[in-house]
Design a protein around this ligand. Sequence first.
Ligand code: 5RP
Length: 223
Amino acid sequence: MAQPMTQDELKRAVAHAALREIPDGEIVGVGTGSTVNFFIDALATIRSRVRATVSSSERSTERLRALGFQVLDLNDVERVPVYVDGADEIEPGGAMIKGGGGALTREKIIAEVAERFVCIVDASKVVPLLGRFPLPVEVVPMARELVRRRLRAMGGEPRLREGYLTDNGNQILDVHGLQIEAPREFEYRINQIPGVVTVGLFAQRGADVALIGGADGVSTRTF
Ligand code: 5RP
């Protein structure tokens, strides 16, 4: 009997499937995380078709450069036709929780510029309702306790990601115990708290398409 695919095999499969989303001779936006690492490796097999990349983290930049990709400053780029990134959770409307890997701010910036957001996930990330995965919120350090109190008042249990600083020198609160029924509104409300740099809720700019790796292969969902 065939063995079920491991989570890494599912991630590798969706990462390879994402190659069909890459237009020739354009700039590719690259996210962060273990699924994206598989994507970067896959992208190296079509490197001559990629003009250059923009990257959402120091980690991804390092991996891209090691494989011979040019990594541009986003400020020097007019268009990003496609952005490929993973997610911690994705719901039926294409809204996501991201930032498990701590790169949420740069991810959100590139996602905003990108014309098409391709989300690559294994099937375990697909949920009916966001919130089981703790919601990351990047905060300016001096605002941490203010933001924590406000998030508690909104029904969550924020916990400091101990010993961790983002690429931007900020801290992360991981908010447990949420059931996010209206992701766009919730994203808006958290964005209003002074000191919040980025909330890892990607609802106002969600995915355009999700490639989902499951036991029966890679399926596609458009939003
Ligand atoms: C990093 C992210 C990642 O996309 C998310 O954490 C998923 O990571 P992985 O592919 O390792 O499961 O948002 O900030």
